[in-house]
Design a protein around this ligand. Structure first.
Ligand SMILES: [Zn+2]
Length: 328
């Protein structure tokens, strides 16, 4: 029975304390305060107990600081895949010029490889920020997949809620005007697909694995959302998650589920993030919920890294056109 399970991926965006403070424009982020020493060992032992190997998307700025070295190195040593989550974690990455994007990607790549010994082959944009130019740079640099899109219509709503909790000025707001995505993002596919390079006929393309939202309804169900619902009713949260998985099965969607460090941190851990949804819960309440969610996920699916998921997408889609035309 177990070997007939369909495949699904699991990843974690290793957003650090400072990156939340920076997006929220809170003072003090400039010294890059870190909770990695606290949260990384907690996440690693949690995953080990459940025999899960996943993909960690790492921020270059964290890898550039000596204080985070041991924590980041331990991720690779535990056998997890290391992905690229930009250098500066600026959700307005899509506003950069092509040169800036390239410099940002190379800079993070170098420090991440330096610390973990692994060169990332997968990318997730900060705050689901991506553009054709980002994709072109990634393809040029030999990346195998991108995982930056969040196909949902509720991005603008999430942004509105976020702005209500901040005191951003007009310029800061306009930089963040794509935070959590635009209405157009709702029209993006939920299932993985091949995203071509801008120059038509080049045959160059890469796998896009969207953060899965509920098929048809396109409402997010990544773990932070489940926990948020769970802060009102844990039973309802699990029901919602089960329904999302059922929708995936009905539509033949292989999901890619997303975790965040805050899914493993409670009000007892981090005072600076009190403004954040679900930070009213304790660490134990959160861990219990994550545990339930991942148990259901692993019951339905064979849980793999993003890289493995991308390989399967390619195997099903066939080789990129360039390779196919050589053999025909
Ligand atoms: Zn992030």
């Amino acid at each position: 029975m177990t070997n007939t399970k369909p495949l699904a991926s699991l990843s974690l965006d290793l957003d650090n304390l400072w990156s939340y403070m920076k997006t929220h424009a809170d003072p003090g982020w400039e010294t890059f305060p870190s909770y990695l020493d606290l949260v990384v060992p907690r996440i690693l032992s949690f995953l080990k107990e459940r025999n899960l190997l996943i993909t960690f998307f790492i921020v270059g700025q964290d890898a550039a600081l000596e204080k985070n070295r041991a924590a980041l190195k331990s991720l690779a040593e535990a056998g997890h895949e290391i992905g690229h989550h930009s250098f500066n974690h600026e959700p307005w990455l899509h506003l950069y010029t092509e040169e800036q994007i390239e410099a940002e990607i190379i800079r993070a790549e170098e420090v991440i490889e330096n610390v973990t010994g692994r060169k990332p082959i997968g990318f997730r944009g900060p705050g689901y920020s991506v553009s054709q130019t980002v994709i072109d740079v990634l393809i040029r640099r030999g990346y195998q997949y991108d995982a930056s899109t969040l196909p949902t219509y509720i991005g603008p709503l999430a942004r509105l809620y976020y702005f209500m909790t901040t005191r951003l000025n007009k310029e800061e707001k306009s930089k963040r005007d794509n935070l959590f995505g635009s209405i157009q993002d709702g029209f993006r596919p939920v299932k993985p697909y091949l995203w071509p390079h801008k120059s038509e006929g080049s045959g160059r393309q890469m796998v896009e694995i969207p953060v899965t939202t509920m098929p048809i309804f396109k409402i997010p169900f990544h773990v932070s959302y489940i926990i948020y619902i769970g802060s009102f009713s844990p039973a309802l949260a699990l029901l919602y998650f089960k329904f999302a998985l059922r929708m995936c099965r009905l539509t033949g969607t292989h999901p890619s589920l997303l975790l965040h460090p805050l899914d493993f941190l409670g009000r007892d851990d981090i005072k600076e993030l009190a403004f954040f949804p679900s930070m009213n819960l304790s660490k134990d309440e959160k861990l219990k919920m994550v545990s339930e969610v991942l148990r259901l996920y692993a019951d339905y699916y064979k849980v793999v890294t993003m890289h493995e998921h991308a390989r399967e997408v390619l195997a099903v889609a066939g080789f990129p056109k360039q390779a196919a035309s050589k053999s025909s």
